[in-house]
Ligand binder design. Structure first.
Ligand code: PEP
Length: 250
């Protein structure tokens, strides 16, 4: 069975000293827990990768980027390549988060190119997808995520180089979550659509995951972890979500 992954997406938050303290607090908890049978990950802003990576040294908490450019290098002002993230100590990179799809007009094809770049650099791409509230209300959810999945995964995507995160747009940062049946339905659909080539690919749920709802979500078949935004900025909350993995397996 795939190792579960709990990924913290810090977005554009935390000054340098706060980021180092947050990472240090998580590293401390991970060290105290001993060998882990699951994978904790934090994805800070690019400017903080060095400070956060240093604070995570010697712990099982992995480092990830929040986005990458498809190209390896070149005239792309303001962008960061997958190779640069790998060079900074990252093992993962989030691509296609709905905030990037909305704020930067990223298409499935661009997300696919970014996921391919991640693979080229030896990173694991966390490919995000999810429906809007209007799409949910009009019954299009499964069609939307299926289309995004087909369009956003590059050839050769497999369990070793790709994680898929279902993060419904209307649940991100809102405190609202789909019902447990809705999460189960989407994840089962994604699992079927991944088919044999995607066997073992981890499917994360993201959208207002918190200590109070994590155990129920993480207990579902086909939910192999969580993508956590707001709650990942508090080490107690993030660690409580991680601890829910053990409650969920009871
Ligand atoms: C996210 O941005 O990926 C996310 C899941 O955010 P939140 O947990 O704050 O809803």
């Amino acid at each position: 069975m795939a190792r579960k992954l709990i990924a913290g997406n810090w977005k554009m938050n935390e000054p340098r000293h706060g980021a180092a303290a947050l990472a240090g607090a998580l590293a401390e908890r991970a060290r105290a827990a001993g060998p882990l049978g699951w994978d904790p990950l934090v994805c800070p802003p690019a400017t903080l990768l060095g400070a956060v990576g240093a604070a995570l040294q010697g712990s099982a908490v992995a480092l990830g980027g929040q986005d990458c450019h498809p190209a390896q290098s070149g005239a792309h002002t303001g962008d960061v390549s997958a190779e640069m993230l790998a060079d900074a100590g990252c093992r993962y990179v989030i691509v296609g988060h709905s905030e990037r799809r909305a704020n930067h007009g990223e298409s499935d094809a661009q997300v696919r190119a970014k996921a391919a770049a991640a693979r080229r650099a030896g990173l694991i791409a966390i490919v995000c997808l999810g429906e809007s509230e209007a799409e949910r209300d009009s019954g299009e959810t499964l069609a939307v995520v299926e289309r995004q999945l087909a369009g956003s995964l590059p050839p050769g995507a497999d369990a070793a180089n790709t994680v898929v995160a279902y993060a419904p747009i209307w649940a991100i940062g809102t405190g609202r979550t789909p019902t447990i049946q809705q999460v189960a339905e989407v994840h089962a659909h994604l699992r079927r659509r991944l088919g044999a080539a995607g066997e073992g690919t981890r499917l994360l749920y993201g959208g207002s995951v918190k200590p109070s709802n994590a155990a129920e979500i993480l207990a579902l078949d086909n939910v192999d972890g969580a993508l956590v935004g707001g709650a990942s900025l508090d080490p107690d909350d993030f660690w409580a979500i991680c601890r829910s993995l053990f409650q969920s397996s009871l």
